[in-house]
Every structure is written in structure tokens, then in C-alpha cells.
Design a protein. Structure first.
Lengths: 108, 489
């Protein structure tokens, strides 16, 4: 059984405009892999690493899914900055994700 | 060649009447689908299945896609079900599975999160029953019928792999397109139940129908049901309810003259119809019977759809029939209701409740002509047929009054095929023009399992009671024979 990525921290450039993103996946299926890869790419390209990504595998931690009421996976929650935003899916439609996270037209 | 199959294993729902329709219960370890419009009772059905299971030590998980968990608990509380206590005892789990609707969708996803949450609770309380209420709400997140379908198959496999006995409910869509959209849900379920909530003539009625049941027989009719004080109650006309007891011993009508015409009185457990136009004395005749029964220390339940108890007692006093002692000794119970106050199903449930608690030997219903106001002629007919079936099963004598105009056969006036077949005796009252005054006459049209007079006899309603001027003797005595079981009409 392959391990899902555990909580992973990326140091950003200072505290201002910091993003805390929580990604829920279920196991290591295609959608999980795509979502992880897409989110990492997004963080690198559009946030200059100014983000913290927590990845939660609901198969291993169902209480976490209960806490955040995760019914479908993959699901991404923007915990910070507020307000909380949720994006469903493997994040393959980059422009939609950027719009949802408030990063449209941001520097790349 | 006919395949001989073992009966499939079932889980009784313990919902009143439902297991008879389902020939034992829901398919064990399989999926049942309940669909119906808003207010049809889908949620109650699922919840009651879990509640009764949990109370019997079979834990269950309730997943609500629409309502808040607290709303589910409070609805259950109004039916006397304490879900919080069951949750505390580890016999039930309620999962609030809401998507806010504000989520952005980017790329493909699946319901694994939900399944994980459900799996966690199923393991925790060792649940064997799962109810998914309003699944269509979750499916809406896929704006793609093809994806909805694959997710449903995922859900189906998941539930069946875990051998969970499941009830999935979906809202029946009023919109034609949407109805088609969820049609395939019927294929994934082994048992499909449709709930219907309709309003006829301002009165709501509910009907349940089993559409299919893989590997099992089931009742194919539409069955009326109500959401009563303690959950769902179905009224199937089961085989058991159709096995009537044979007519019993003689019981006095309370009037010597009428007893003579009837060759000794009514038969216990018989259904007697007293028909006549307004003012001919139907209520007086019925009350005389009630008073006599109470004097014999037998209980009578009097359903009055026409007037209040006070009005009835006062009216009868003027004809020399004092019902107050019978009421005081609680041998007479009067249940009054406006027919239009509730649907016929609720009326029926109310009577059955009274029968269970009061356990009368006789019942009087005054008047069946008022029952039409429960909604429609069909509703009244259903009500009467079912009530009489219950009374016959329990051997309770039943006196029905019917306000009928004209002199046509009272029996034929009752619309609905077959009602006259459940009536054992018909007594007709009428006015006659007797020169200076109006007189009354009584005629026995039929009396099953008994000889009876074929003559119209005059009678008077006086302040001292009903009087028959002619010196009446039983017909068998006149014919010179005394066979109490004597031959019909």
C-alpha cells in the first residue's frame, strides 16, 4: 500500500498573503494523484511557494473528513486567507481554481 | 419449467402493515429505493426503519443530504422517537452530508469522502442498516447524468459489498425530464417503493405502492397510509383481515318489536345498515340499541359525524332514550368528528385506535352519508370497507346509519361495487302520509342468516321511546318453526 503524502509545509516569503490550503484525497487513485500534482504546480507557479498545503487522506483519517464535512474527493479548502472556499475535483481546470482562490490575474 | 427458489432473506421493518405488503420485510443486505414527492413521508419511512431496528438492537446509520441532523432529531421526537438517546447508546448515527452549493468544481471527483465517513460510522456502531435520505440532492453536484450514474454504481457496490440493508430515498421529480433522469435508480434497487401524497377535494391522502421486489412476492395494490402519532401505519386489506368470523349469537336490537321482526334480534358481529331520509328515526333506533347494550354491560363505540355528544344526548332524551347512564358507566363512548376535519385514513386510524383501547362489543357509525365529506365518494367507500373489514375480523357488531332519499332500495343507493356484500342486514325507515299526520314505517330488506318479517310495520317515536302498535311476533313463530339459523331472506 502506497503512502499518501502527509502534511507538508512549504516555507513562503514572509507572512503577508500567506495561503493555507487543505487538500482532501481518498487513497492513491488517479484523481488523488492529479489533484496533488495540480495543487503543487499551482502553488509553485502562482503563489511563489507562499502557501502551506495540508494533504489529508480520508481513507486513513475519516474523522478529518467528518470535521470538514468532506463528501466528495478530491476537495480543496482554502483555510486562509478567509473566507473559507471549497473547490471540488482534481483541480485540472486551473483557471477555475485560480478564480476560486482569488488568484486570477496574479503574478506568475 | 418453473424454477424453485429459496425465499430471499428479509429484514422486517416492523412498520405497521408494511411487512405484510413486502411479504416479510426489506431484502437483507440489498438496496431498497423509496421515492416520492415532498411531504410523502420518505424521511419518516427511512427513519422508522432505523429506529425500530435500533430499538431491537440492530444499529443503523442515517445519512441526510437535505435536512440538518437537529431537524431530523426533532422530527423524530414529534413521533416519540428519541434518537439522541440511541446515538448516545451507540445504536444510531446521523450523518449530515451537506454540500453548501457554493463549491467551485474543477475537474473530476467522486463520493469516496462520503463513503469513508459512512464507513467510519458503520464500523464504530457495527451498523447493519443504512438509510440515505434525499440522495438526489447529492447527485445534483454532478451536472452530468453519466457521472451520476457511475457514482451510483460505486455506491451500490459499496453498500452491497458490506452487506448493508439499505434504504435510499430520492425525491420524485415533478418535471418530466428529471423523472427520466432517476429512472435507472430503479434498476440498482432490489425493492422499489413509491410513496404518493395527493390531495383530493381538499383532503390529503397518502398511498404506498411496491413497484418491484426482486425474488419476492409483494402486495401489488396501492395501500393508503398515514403518518400517525407513532410513525407510519399502512392499511393493507390482507388476507387475515378478510377472514371474517361467522356471525355470532343473537343480540337484542333494544326494541322488542324490532327483535320480533328480526326473528330474535341482530346477529353479533353482523353489519347492519339503517337507511332512511332525515328525521325517520335512524339515530333513535341506533341509540335504543346502544342503551340496551350498555344495560347488558356491553360496550358500544358511537361514531357521530353529524352532531356533538351533548346534542345527541339531548335529542335522544326527547325520545325517551337516556344515554347518560351508559356514558357515566363508560359502557358508551361517543367519538365525534367533522368528516372534513381530516382525511379518511386518519379517521380510520382514529377509530382503530379507539377499538384497541376501548374494546367495544358494538360500534355505531352515524352516518355513512356524511363520510363523503372526508374527501370523495371513493375515500368514503375505502374508509367504510376497511372499517367494516376490521370490525368483522374482530367480531364487533356494526350499526351503520345512512341518510337516503326516496324509497329506492337502500342497498342499491350505496355506490361502490361490493359494499352491499359486506352488509348483513338492511333496515329501511320511511315516512308515510297517514291522512292528517305523517307516520313512520320500518321494513327489513334483508337479514343474512336469519328469518325476518317482510312486512312494512308502522312505528311511533314518542317521548317514552319507540313504539310498535302492532303486536309483533317473530316470523319463525308465525311459520311454525323455530330454527334460529333459518334460511336467509
Amino acid at each position: 500500500m502506497s503512502k499518501a503524502p502527509k502534511v507538508r509545509l512549504r516555507k513562503g516569503n514572509g507572512q503577508r498573503g500567506r495561503y493555507l490550503l487543505r487538500l482532501f484525497i481518498a487513497g492513491n487513485g488517479p484523481n488523488s494523484k492529479k489533484a496533488v500534482a495540480n495543487l503543487r504546480g499551482l502553488c509553485r507557479m502562482h503563489l511563489n511557494g507562499r502557501c502551506t498545503i495540508e494533504t489529508v487522506d480520508v481513507v486513513k483519517d475519516f474523522q478529518a473528513a467528518v470535521r470538514d464535512n468532506i463528501l466528495v474527493t478530491p476537495a480543496l479548502i482554502r483555510v486562509l486567507p478567509r473566507p473559507r472556499v471549497m473547490v471540488l475535483g482534481n483541480l485540472s481546470d486551473l483557471s477555475k481554481v485560480l478564480a476560486a482562490l482569488g488568484l486570477s490575474g496574479s503574478d506568475s | 419449467m418453473r424454477e424453485t427458489r429459496r425465499p430471499i432473506p428479509k429484514v422486517p421493518t416492523q412498520i405497521a402493515g408494511l411487512d405484510a405488503v413486502l411479504d416479510g420485510g426489506l431484502p437483507r443486505g440489498r438496496i431498497s429505493l423509496a421515492s416520492g414527492g415532498p411531504g410523502s413521508g420518505k424521511t419518516v419511512l427511512g427513519l422508522e426503519f432505523l429506529w425500530r431496528g435500533a430499538m431491537a438492537g440492530d444499529p443503523g446509520v442515517f445519512v441526510t443530504f437535505e435536512e440538518r441532523a437537529e431537524a431530523v432529531r426533532s422530527n423524530a421526537r414529534s413521533l416519540g422517537w428519541d434518537l439522541a438517546a440511541l446515538e448516545k447508546a451507540g445504536k444510531m448515527a446521523i450523518i449530515e452530508a451537506h454540500l453548501s452549493g457554493n463549491e467551485v468544481v474543477s475537474g473530476d471527483f467522486d463520493i469516496q469522502g462520503l463513503l469513508t465517513i459512512v464507513a467510519g460510522h458503520v464500523m464504530r456502531i457495527r451498523a447493519r442498516r443504512v438509510v440515505m435520505d434525499a440522495l438526489d440532492v447529492l447527485l445534483r453536484v454532478y451536472a452530468d447524468p453519466q457521472r451520476e450514474r457511475t457514482e451510483l454504481y460505486r455506491l451500490q457496490d459499496w453498500l452491497i459489498d458490506r452487506k448493508l440493508t439499505s434504504v435510499v430515498s430520492v425525491k420524485a421529480q415533478l418535471d418530466g425530464n428529471m423523472a427520466h433522469r432517476y429512472e435507472f435508480l430503479d434498476f440498482m434497487a432490489d425493492c422499489v417503493i413509491r410513496l404518493d401524497h395527493r390531495v383530493n377535494g381538499h383532503v390529503a391522502t397518502r398511498r404506498l405502492r411496491v413497484i418491484k421486489y426482486r425474488g419476492s412476492g409483494f402486495g401489488t395494490n396501492e395501500y393508503p397510509y398515514v403518518i400517525g402519532e407513532h410513525g407510519i401505519v399502512l392499511f393493507p386489506l390482507t388476507k387475515a383481515q378478510l377472514t371474517h368470523r361467522p356471525l355470532g349469537q343473537r343480540v337484542s336490537s333494544g326494541l322488542a318489536g324490532l327483535d320480533a321482526m328480526l326473528d330474535g334480534g341482530f346477529r353479533r358481529g353482523a353489519c347492519v345498515l339503517i337507511a332512511g331520509s332525515s328525521g325517520t328515526g335512524k339515530t333513535t333506533l341506533a341509540s335504543a340499541f346502544a342503551r340496551a347494550a350498555a344495560r347488558r354491560r356491553e360496550k358500544v363505540l358511537y361514531l357521530n359525524f353529524e352532531e356533538s355528544q351533548e346534542g345527541m344526548v339531548a335529542g335522544m332524551l326527547s325520545t325517551g332514550i337516556d344515554l347518560r347512564p351508559a356514558l357515566r358507566t363508560q359502557r358508551l363512548m361517543v367519538q365525534t368528528a367533522l368528516p372534513e376535519a381530516m382525511g379518511s385514513d386518519n379517521h380510520l386510524m382514529r377509530v382503530i385506535d379507539a377499538l384497541d383501547k376501548f374494546k367495544p362489543a358494538h360500534l355505531i357509525l352515524d352516518a355513512i352519508s356524511a363520510c363523503v365529506r372526508m374527501g370523495s365518494e371513493k375515500a368514503a367507500f375505502d374508509y367504510l370497507m376497511r372499517l367494516v373489514a376490521v370490525l368483522k375480523e374482530r367480531g364487533i357488531t356494526c350499526i351503520l346509519t345512512n341518510q337516503s332519499n326516496g324509497l329506492a332500495g337502500a342497498c342499491e343507493e350505496l355506490s361502490g361495487i361490493g359494499f352491499s356484500s359486506v352488509v348483513d342486514a338492511v333496515i329501511q325507515l320511511r315516512f308515510v302520509d297517514a291522512g292528517q299526520e305523517i307516520g313512520r314505517q320500518i321494513l327489513i330488506i334483508k337479514s343474512r342468516g336469519s328469518g325476518h318479517s317482510n312486512r312494512r310495520e308502522p312505528f311511533y317515536i314518542t317521548p317514552q321511546g319507540i313504539e310498535f302498535p302492532n303486536n309483533l311476533r317473530p316470523p319463525s313463530a308465525r311459520a311454525g318453526q323455530a330454527d334460529p339459523k333459518g334460511g336467509g331472506k
